[in-house]
Design a protein around this ligand. Structure first.
Ligand code: CAO
Length: 451
């Protein structure tokens, strides 16, 4: 017999008041177990919440723009016969959402931008005395933030501060005039386009960027065109890349590593482990860990005041992964404690997870240093952009056999080009040259690498 059950928001990594950005179901829809019901967007990730069981949607309790925490009621679903209930019997309508029991499946993360902040704060999902979203009083920023001060969550304020934007100047577009991240970025774009100085405070006293407006061109005048919106990942990672490029004084140090012996060893290892893809990248992770140990200044971040350096004693390496929707940087933790084969397994897993849009916020955080490998594609060198708040990033291009003078003759050697970009506020050129040269030595001598 059919049975009416509740689908609730499961554990979303401790996040609260996370905005609903998509509702993927409507009453009458038939849903399968694990089919996505809604999409949430926290400051770090976009997550799809799956149905805990199959059935027919009776009532949808959320709408786009609502902000939810663990336990919020998403929908009532008439479960199909034999469906496994993952939620308790309905909570009384007049109470705030009850915490959900263990969910059937954790939310699936659809896209994972680099964190920037953006958690917004709204009244609870089900206001006391009425659990119906239709009956919920509209959010009014003035009630939360009386006076003329614009309402924005602390994360949005921090985001605005990072960009040097005076939050007072930003007009909120969300419910009740609340300022969301898009309002801040729109404000910056508009200010840049109009040639104005959007900044205040510290950034203003530093003169701001004072850039020329973005060129406004009617491209259609010159030939046929087509418009293609940027993906969410592109938009969010684009904002991060622009900030990092503008705020970090970058220098890129180039170095060549002779990986002839390493490559022979890698091939042998691959033959012995045919079910595992062992690419040069796992050796690079090992070499980077050794270099971070020798040069701790690279395993560091500037604190917010940019007046002190936080040195990390752990070795979590971010790997730039190219996905159809844009660039993401999942993190492999404790690389110092993992062997080559463990790293190869984990690299395969995170790359797949990234391309399947299944990375969670935890998969993306805590990185110390990033590697961006274009070696599988080509190129001889490039300038990777430092992934703030890290202070350096290693770019890897395609290894090529080149003639190298060995003192008597030119011998064919496999040469791997390395491009180390670093934050010149933290690392000076000599230190970067030492780091890059140490990396090359590690990669050139497989015995050292395996020590
Ligand atoms: N030189 C020569 N060949 C290389 C190489 C290098 N430096 N690095 C990898 N290769 C080879 C691999 O051995 C593999 O060969 P086979 O197909 O014969 O096994 C092939 O290139 C493809 O490797 P891969 O790309 O699948 O695997 P990887 O471990 O090297 O990289 C990952 C994994 C996830 C980092 C990669 O797939 C990726 O997404 N790279 C792009 C990162 C990126 O976009 N960076 C730019 C950031 S700035 O916009």
């Amino acid at each position: 017999m059919a049975d009416l059950k509740e689908a609730r928001v499961p554990d979303i990594g401790g996040n609260a008041d996370v905005p609903v950005i998509e509702v993927l179901i409507k009453p009458g829809d038939r849903v399968e177990k694990d089919q996505s019901l809604i999409t949430l967007e926290s400051d770090k990730a976009t997550m799809e919440v799956p149905a805990p069981f199959a059935g027919v949607v009776k009532e949808v309790k959320l709408k786009v723009g609502d902000e939810v925490s663990e336990g919020a009621l998403i929908a009532t679903i008439e479960a199909a016969d034999g469906a496994v209930a993952a939620a308790p019997s309905p909570a009384p309508a007049a109470t705030a959402p009850a915490p959900a029991p263990a969910p059937a499946k954790v939310p699936e993360v659809k896209e994972e931008p680099i964190p920037l902040g953006g958690r917004s704060v709204l009244p609870g999902n089900a206001p006391e005395g009425d659990a119906s979203p239709q009956a919920r009083p509209p959010f009014d920023a003035k009630l939360v933030m009386p006076g003329d001060a614009p309402y924005a969550s602390p994360a949005i304020r921090a985001f605005a501060r990072e960009l040097g934007v005076d939050i007072q100047q930003v007009k909120g577009s969300s419910r009740g005039g609340r300022i969301v991240r898009e309002d801040v970025t729109a404000y910056v774009k508009h200010a840049l386009a109009s040639g104005a100085r959007p900044v205040s405070g510290a950034a203003a006293s530093a003169g701001g960027l004072n850039l020329l407006p973005w060129p406004k061109v009617d491209f259609a005048k010159f030939g046929e065109i087509e418009e293609k919106p940027l993906s969410r990942i592109q938009k969010i990672s684009g904002a991060n890349l622009a900030r990092n490029w503008a705020m970090i004084p970058h220098v890129t140090q180039h170095e060549d590593a002779d990986i002839t012996e390493l490559e022979a060893f890698r091939k042998k290892l691959g033959e012995e482990n045919k079910d595992l893809k062992i690419t040069p990248l796992v050796f690079q992770i090992k070499a980077v860990v050794a270099a971070l140990k020798k040069f701790p200044q690279f395993n560091a971040s500037l604190d917010e005041s940019t007046e002190k350096l936080i040195l990390k004693k752990y070795f979590h390496i971010g790997i730039a992964v190219d996905t159809p929707d844009g660039l993401v940087v999942p993190v492999i933790r404790d690389c110092d404690k993992k062997g080559l084969l463990d790293l190869a397994v984990e690299l395969g897993e995170i790359s797949k997870k990234a391309r399947d849009k299944k990375l969670g916020p935890n998969d993306m955080s805590g990185g110390c240093f990033s590697i961006s490998s274009l070696g599988g594609i080509g190129g001889t060198a490039f300038t990777p952009i430092v992934n703030a708040p890290e202070v350096a990033i290693l770019g890897v291009s395609k290894a090529q056999t080149k003639p190298v003078w060995n003192g008597k003759e030119f011998a064919p050697r496999l040469i791997l080009p390395l491009s180390l970009s670093y934050d010149h506020r933290v690392i000076d050129g000599a230190l970067a040259a030492r780091f890059a040269s140490f990396l090359a030595t590690q990669l050139g001598d497989i015995r050292r690498l395996l020590l």
